[in-house]
Design a protein around this ligand. Structure first.
Ligand SMILES: C[S@@+](CC[C@H](N)C(=O)[O-])C[C@H]1O[C@@H](n2cnc3c(N)ncnc32)[C@H](O)[C@@H]1O
Length: 365
């Protein structure tokens, strides 16, 4: 088989564009962690690297190389005087409103730094993965340490903060009034507790328990609970305090976690046993299709997601030898419905909530 030189060049370019993404992602992590994006966002005008270094208390030479990477990658913007005798102060750097929203505004629903926050921990898993591929047994979320939990918190909360109350809850028409009157509710796989705290603050007559098996996520949730002083929320590890089995809850939510679980079918059964016949389970999970071909065709981020799965979601879902191993793109609507029906639910409804990554389902007994 002969090699076509043009195809060879194109393929090499494709491969190294992946490395460009990986390396630039490392620089994005630094931009967030070192406050470089925030300093650019706060500045009233474009900054030279001397000014950016002064604003962040960093060394100019390193800031300059970082800025060149980021501007070359078109993640930050620049203007240049193009003088005959260029100096470093000819180049100034700034953020457009869109770059500012995604890189520097934690309160914007499109804020995107969460996955980059935990990039070192995610990449660290590469050291463990060769052995994982041999044994088949992965690692749960705590393998990413406390910063991993903060990264998850920063990934999901900006969108939830803007949309959970005004968009998601009203999609289940019976729910807001019940929460106002006062019901018992649970968020399973609650992570750092953002949804529980948001709901508990909004609905003081209802009681909320967040369940997670990650000690780092629970520690962060407890810390945040203490800061809020809310009396109607608490957090628990379901291995020591399982969900109630007396159908006493009127609302259960699971945000981006069923596909991470070693025993998702058992958790669904536990949710059914906890839920009142009149209650609703809000299942939020990655918008997946049935099978690899559909995912590859329809999801422009499929390769990112399969990779994140190996490093994070599948690893968690295979963290026991008998793990179900759904993984990031493993819970399509069809799979979710089949599993929910097997767990004793009879009504499965996809909600009209727009999200770039997630699908929303209201599942009822
Ligand atoms: C991707 S994170 C999502 C966290 C949170 N729901 C959010 O949206 O920020 C998945 C979470 O599921 C938790 N998890 C995995 N298996 C679990 C189980 N069997 N019971 C409760 N939580 C579990 C992990 O520890 C992790 O915190």
């Amino acid at each position: 088989m002969s090699i076509d030189p043009d195809k060879l060049k194109l393929f090499s370019f494709l491969l190294f564009s992946k490395l460009e993404g990986a390396v630039t992602s490392g620089m994005v992590h630094l931009g967030d962690r070192l406050g470089l994006y925030r300093a650019l966002a706060a500045a009233p005008r474009a900054l030279t690297t001397t000014q950016l270094a002064a604003a962040t208390g960093l060394h100019e030479r390193w800031v300059r190389e970082w800025a060149y990477n980021q501007a070359a990658a078109k993640l930050i913007s620049f203007s240049s005087l193009r003088s005959n005798l260029p100096t470093i102060d000819d180049d100034t750097f700034y953020l457009t409103p869109e770059q500012r929203a995604v890189l520097a505004d934690e309160s914007h629903p499109a804020f995107g730094m969460g996955m980059f926050h935990r990039l070192p921990q995610t990449m660290e898993s590469l050291k463990r993965l060769p052995e994982t591929f041999r044994t088949g047994v992965g690692y749960d979320y705590d393998s990413h340490g406390p910063e991993g939990a903060v990264g998850i918190e920063r990934s999901f909360e900006p969108w939830n903060l803007a949309n959970l109350l005004p968009v998601v809850l009203p999609a289940m028409p019976e729910l807001p009034a019940r929460l106002t009157t006062g019901i018992s509710a649970a968020d399973v796989g609650c992570g750092a507790g953002g949804a529980v705290l948001r709901l508990a603050r909004e609905f003081p007559a209802s009681r909320f328990v967040g369940y997670d098996i990650s000690k780092h996520a629970l520690a962060r949730a407890h810390e945040r609970l203490a800061e809020t002083g809310l009396a109607n929320a608490r957090f628990a590890d379901p291995r020591t305090e399982p969900l109630p089995t007396d159908h006493s809850l009127h609302f259960v939510s699971t945000f981006d976690c069923i596909h991470d679980m070693t025993h998702p079918a058992a958790v669904m059964q536990a949710i059914r046993a906890a839920l009142h016949d009149d209650g609703v389970w809000l299942l939020v999970d990655i918008k997946a299709h049935d099978g690899f071909v559909m995912n590859a065709e329809k999801n422009p981020m499929a390769s990112l997601m399969y990779g994140v799965s190996v490093m994070s979601c599948l690893s968690s879902a295979m963290s026991t030898p008998d793990g179900a191993g759904l993984g990031t793109l493993g819970l399509s609507a069809g799979t979710a419905e089949t599993m929910a029906r097997a767990a004793g639910f009879t009504r499965f409804e996809r909600l009209a909530v727009e999200h770039s990554v997630n699908a929303f389902y209201a599942i009822r007994p």
